[in-house]
Each structure stands twice: as structure tokens, then as C-alpha cells.
Write a protein that binds this ligand. Structure first.
Ligand SMILES: CC(C)(COP(=O)(O)OP(=O)(O)OC[C@H]1O[C@@H](n2cnc3c(N)ncnc32)[C@H](O)[C@@H]1OP(=O)(O)O)[C@@H](O)C(=O)NCCC(=O)NCCS
Length: 229
């Protein structure tokens, strides 16, 4: 009875925390500690250990549709059976649960559309990538590429190479939401239609204000804010 009450209480707390999943640090700490799911600030759509199980690492500012599924491991393919009797203790065949090796890393600012399935052949989706709706992702996805289809193939690059290089140098994803909000209000063209030149000018201006200021690119305020390397 106590176990049922505890499970119901946990489910309620998680439900309430998920309502502010964009920036809830406690929710992130809980998922990291209990499920091996490490989610950067402002990312959403991946706080579900059944739909997207750990080990999973997600960067900052990711948009993951609520219908995405990922799986880190295949059942044994060359064994006599693919059934979990071979790797789950509860069936009585083995003494300890098998430790799975697979791990998925999703970089900062990745957008994953509806009904995407990420298979064990994919262990990394690079920063800034976009995965089109309905894709079956069987291989790693390169940063700043747009992929789609079954199996997912590259449609095109998201940005020209000089802009990608400048975006990488800016590390804009380390800004917090108030700083990003201020940038949108200050320079809409830069945010909605960035070019290598405009982004470089912004970086130079921000650096002139002094590194370490909250609005300077590359500023990370708290440990929980960290982005992927
Ligand atoms: C991937 C995506 C972003 C590309 O958008 P786009 O650049 O406007 O793409 P287009 O519609 O111009 O299509 C370009 C080509 O890619 C193909 N394509 C686009 N999306 C595709 C997809 N999801 N699966 C397979 N092929 C796709 C198109 O058929 C087209 O092929 P063609 O050139 O042979 O005609 C978009 O199609 C998509 O899937 N968005 C996800 C939407 C979503 O799930 N939102 C949920 C909110 S989190």
C-alpha cells in the first residue's frame, strides 16, 4: 500500500514539475539521478524515461516533439532468442540485469519532429541538427544538417559553412533566456536572419562590454546551465 502511495506521489510531483520543464532544475536533477537522463536548460520533450530512456544526454535549447522515441540497444540478435529472458534478472535465467552500453547524446539546439524513431545505430545527433517528422534515424546525425526519411538521409545543411563557424564561435546557447530575450528585442534581424557578419559584429560588441557580463556570449551562470562540449 505504501509503495502504491509513494508511486502515485512521485507521478504527481513529476507531472507538476514537467509543466515548467523548460527551466525546472529540480526536474533535471531528478531525471539525471534516477534515470541517467541529463537534460540541458530550456530543452523540452524528453522527460519520459519510457519513450526516451537513459543513458541520454540532451543539450540546451532542444525542441523534441512529444511523439519522438529513442532506444539505446537492440535485443540480442545472434543468441538463441531475442527475448529479455537472456538479459533481465526477473525471468530467473541470470543473477544480475545485463548492463547496456548504448548511450544517446543530442547536442544543443537540436529540433526533432513528430514521430521520429531514433535507433541504436544513432548515438549522436550534432548541435543545431534538424530531424524531419517521421524519420527513422539509424546513423549519427552531423551538426547543423537537416535529415529526414526512412532511413534518415541528409536533405541539406542548415546554414552556409561561414555562418556555422561563427555560430560555433559565439556559443549563443550558453545565454540564458533573459539574455536571449534581450537580444531578440535589441536586434531581430540578427536572431531571425543571422549572417556570419552580423553574428561576428554582435560577438565583438558583447566582448567589448567585457567577458563575464551576463549578456556576453559564452557566459554560463550555473553548473546546471552547462551545454555540451
Ligand atoms: C524536415 C523539415 C524541417 C524540412 O522542411 P523544409 O525545408 O520546408 O522542407 P521541404 O518541404 O521544402 O522539403 C524538401 C524536400 O525534403 C522532403 N522532406 C521534407 N520533410 C521530410 C520528411 N519529414 N520526411 C521525408 N522527406 C521530407 C520533401 O519531400 C522535399 O523533397 P523533394 O525536394 O524531393 O520534393 C520539415 O519537412 C519537417 O519534417 N518538419 C518537422 C515538423 C514537426 O514535426 N513539427 C513538430 C513540432 S516539435
Amino acid at each position: 500500500m505504501m509503495a502504491v502511495l509513494k508511486a502515485a506521489y512521485t507521478a504527481l510531483i513529476l507531472y507538476l514539475m514537467r509543466r515548467r520543464q523548460f527551466d525546472n532544475v529540480k526536474l533535471r536533477t531528478y531525471f539525471r539521478k534516477h534515470y541517467g537522463i541529463d537534460v540541458g536548460l530550456y530543452s523540452y520533450g524528453c522527460f519520459d524515461r519510457w519513450r526516451m530512456p537513459g543513458p541520454l544526454r540532451v543539450g540546451r535549447y532542444c525542441s523534441i516533439a512529444g511523439t519522438v522515441r529513442s532506444t539505446n540497444n537492440n535485443h540480442p540478435i545472434t543468441a538463441l532468442t531475442t527475448h529479455p529472458v537472456l538479459y533481465e534478472r526477473k525471468f530467473g535465467g541470470i543473477e544480475v540485469d545485463h548492463e547496456w552500453q548504448g548511450r544517446l547524446t543530442i547536442g544543443d539546439d537540436v529540433w526533432i519532429g513528430h514521430n521520429v524513431v531514433i535507433l541504436p545505430g544513432c548515438q549522436n545527433i550534432g548541435r543545431g541538427a534538424i530531424v524531419g517528422a517521421g524519420s527513422i534515424v539509424t546513423r549519427n546525425v552531423e551538426p547543423y544538417t537537416i535529415v529526414a526519411g526512412n532511413p534518415a538521409r541528409k536533405l541539406r545543411d542548415r546554414f552556409p559553412p561561414d555562418l556555422i563557424a561563427t555560430i560555433e564561435a559565439s556559443r549563443w546557447w550558453e545565454l540564458d533566456i533573459p539574455a536571449l530575450r534581450a537580444l531578440i528585442q535589441q536586434d531581430r534581424a540578427l536572431v531571425y536572419h543571422p549572417t556570419a557578419e552580423s553574428l561576428a559584429a554582435w560577438m565583438a560588441a558583447a566582448q567589448a562590454q567585457g567577458n563575464g557580463e551576463p549578456t556576453a556570449p559564452g557566459t554560463v551562470r550555473r553548473e546546471s546551465d552547462r551545454s555540451l562540449p
